[in-house]
Design a binder for this molecule. Structure first.
Ligand code: PLP
Length: 432
C-alpha cells in the first residue's frame, strides 16, 4: 500500500496544505500525518500498517467507538432505501425527538449538515428575531468557520496562532463583541454599554477549543439571566459537548440541575453518528421565525439526509447511561494516569476538565486555565514531543494542545492499558 509519506506528498499537490481541515496537517506538532484507511472500536489503522488507540474519535462523533455494529447496520439499511430524497422523511422527526427527550427547552429543531451551519443559522435567527445586530462571543470559543465568529476563535486558529481570518470584512467583525471567558464583569459592562443592540450571546456550553476550560460555577446560568434581562438570546453551542459531556451534554451538568434553559442550542458531531448531520433547536417562538413560517431564511439540499439521520438515531438510541458511566470512568482513570506520569517526569501541568472531556495544559499548575489568555500563555512547546512519543507508542492524540481528548464506550481495558503504558515515556519527552 502507498505510504502515508507518499500520500501526504501527493495530497499537498492537490489540496491546500494537503488537507481538508487545517489541524490534520500536523502543523503545530510537525511530521507526516498518518493517513487512515480504517477504524474499528477504539482503534484507527493507517496506510503504513500501524494501529493506534484513538483519542480523537473523529473530533467527537465516535461516541460508541468506530464502526459500531448498530450504526453500521442502520446505515447499510438506509443506503439500501436510497441516498437522498430531497423531501421530508420519517427519520428526521425521530432524531429530533431523541434530542428533545434529553435537552430541556428544545421545542422545535431544524436539521442541517454541519456545526458551522447550525451556529450560522442560530446567529441569523437571533438577529432576525430580536431585530438587533451585535453578537457576543468569548475569546477562545470556536463555533465553526462562519465569518462573524472567527475572531479569537480557538481550535485551528489557536493552533496556527491566528487572531482571526483574512477575508472577513471589517463591517462583519465590528458586529461581534469578543469578551474574555469566565468574566461576569466583562459581560455586565458590555450589556450596560450595548444591551439594547445585542442580539445574542453565543458560548460553547463548556469551551473545548482552547483546550478544555471549565466554566466557573454558575457562569452559564449568569449568561442566561443576563441575556433574558436585556431581551437578547443565549445560544448554547453543544456541537462538541452535546451527548458527550453527559447524556444531555454540558447543559445536563449545569442547566438541568440549576433550572435554566438557553433560547437556542446548536448540535452536531455525536448526533450524526459519524455522518454529516447537525441541528439547531430551542424555543418554538424563536425557532418559528425560520422559513417557511418566519422571515429568517435557511435551507439545505442535504439537510436531514436519510442516511445521516439513520446513523444519528442508531447512535443516540445506544447512548445509554452505561455508555456515559463507562466513558466517565475511563476518563477519570486516564486523567489520573496522565497526572501520575507528568508528576513523575517533573513536568508542570494542569488537567482541564468538563464532564468526561479534558485536556492537558503545560506550565499552568499555579492558576489553571480559565480563559484564552491563560491557554495561550502555557508552555505549548511541550506538546509536540509528548504527542509524537504517544504516536510512536500507538496512541493517536489530537495533534494540537488546544483540543480536547475524546474517549468512546469502545475503549476497553486493552486499549486503556496501551495508553497507560505510553504515558511515562511521553511525559519524559515533554520534560526535555
Ligand atoms: N461548535 C463547536 C463547539 C465546535 O467544536 C465545532 C467544531 O469543532 C463547530 C461548532 C463546527 O462544527 P463543524 O466542524 O461540523 O462545522
Amino acid at each position: 500500500m502507498t505510504s502515508s509519506a507518499e500520500l501526504f506528498a501527493t495530497a499537498q499537490k492537490l489540496m491546500p496544505g494537503g488537507v481538508n481541515s487545517p489541524v490534520r496537517a500536523f502543523g503545530s506538532v510537525g511530521g507526516v500525518p498518518p493517513f487512515m484507511v480504517g477504524a474499528k472500536g477504539p482503534y484507527l489503522h493507517d496506510a503504513d500498517g500501524n494501529d493506534y488507540v484513538d483519542l480523537v474519535c473523529s473530533w467527537g462523533p465516535a461516541l460508541l467507538g468506530h464502526a459500531h455494529p448498530a450504526i453500521q447496520d442502520a446505515v447499510h439499511a438506509a443506503v439500501d432505501r436510497g441516498l437522498s430524497f430531497g423531501a421530508s422523511t420519517p427519520d428526521e422527526g425521530k432524531l429530533a425527538q431523541l434530542v428533545m427527550d434529553r435537552f430541556g427547552g428544545v421545542e422545535r429543531m431544524r436539521m442541517v449538515s454541519t456545526g458551522t451551519e447550525a451556529t450560522m443559522t442560530a446567529v441569523r435567527l437571533a438577529r432576525g428575531y430580536t431585530g438587533r445586530d451585535l453578537i457576543v462571543k468569548f475569546a477562545g470559543c470556536y463555533h465553526g468557520h462562519l465569518d462573524g465568529l472567527l475572531a479569537a476563535a480557538g481550535s485551528g486558529l489557536a493552533t496556527l496562532s491566528l487572531p482571526g481570518s483574512a477575508g472577513v470584512t471589517a463591517a462583519t467583525a465590528a458586529e461581534t463583541l469578543v469578551l474574555p471567558y469566565n468574566d461576569p464583569e466583562a459581560i455586565t459592562a458590555a450589556f450596560a454599554r450595548h444591551g439594547d443592540k445585542i442580539a445574542a450571546v453565543i458560548t460553547e456550553s463548556a469551551p473545548c477549543n482552547m483546550g478544555v476550560v471549565t466554566p466557573e460555577a454558575g457562569f452559564n446560568k449568569f449568561l442566561s439571566e443576563t441575556t433574558t434581562a436585556h431581551g437578547s438570546l443565549l445560544i448554547l453551542d453543544e456541537v462538541l459537548t452535546g451527548f458527550r459531556a453527559s447524556d444531555a451534554g454540558y447543559w445536563g451538568l449545569t442547566g438541568r440541575t440549576e433550572g435554566w434553559v438557553p433560547d437556542l442550542y446548536t448540535f452536531g458531531k455525536v448526533i450524526g453518528g459519524g455522518l454529516p448531520a447537525a441541528a439547531l433547536g430551542g424555543r418554538a417562538e424563536v425557532m418559528d421565525y425560520l422559513a417557511p413560517l418566519g422571515p429568517v431564511y435557511q435551507a439545505g439540499t442535504l439537510s436531514g439526509n436519510p442516511v445521516a439521520m439513520a446513523a444519528g438515531i442508531a447512535q443516540l438510541s445506544h447512548a445509554t447511561d452505561e455508555v456515559y458511566a463507562h466513558i466517565d470512568e475511563k476518563s477519570l482513570a486516564l486523567q489520573g494516569a496522565l497526572a501520575d506520569a507528568l508528576t513523575a517526569a517533573g513536568v508542570d501541568y494542569s488537567i482541564q476538565v468538563a464532564g468526561n472531556l479534558f485536556s492537558v495544559a503545560f506550565g499552568t499548575s499555579e492558576h489553571g486555565v480559565h480563559n484564552y489568555a491563560q491557554a495561550q500563555g502555557q508552555e505549548a512547546y511541550r506538546y509536540a514531543p509528548f504527542f509524537h512519543q504517544m504516536l510512536d507508542s500507538g496512541v493517536y492524540l489530537p495533534p494540537s494542545v488546544f483540543e480536547a481528548w475524546f474517549i468512546s464506550s469502545a475503549h476497553d481495558d486493552a486499549a486503556m492499558n496501551k495508553i497507560f503504558d505510553a504515558l511515562p515515556g511521553a511525559a519524559r519527552a515533554a520534560a526535555s
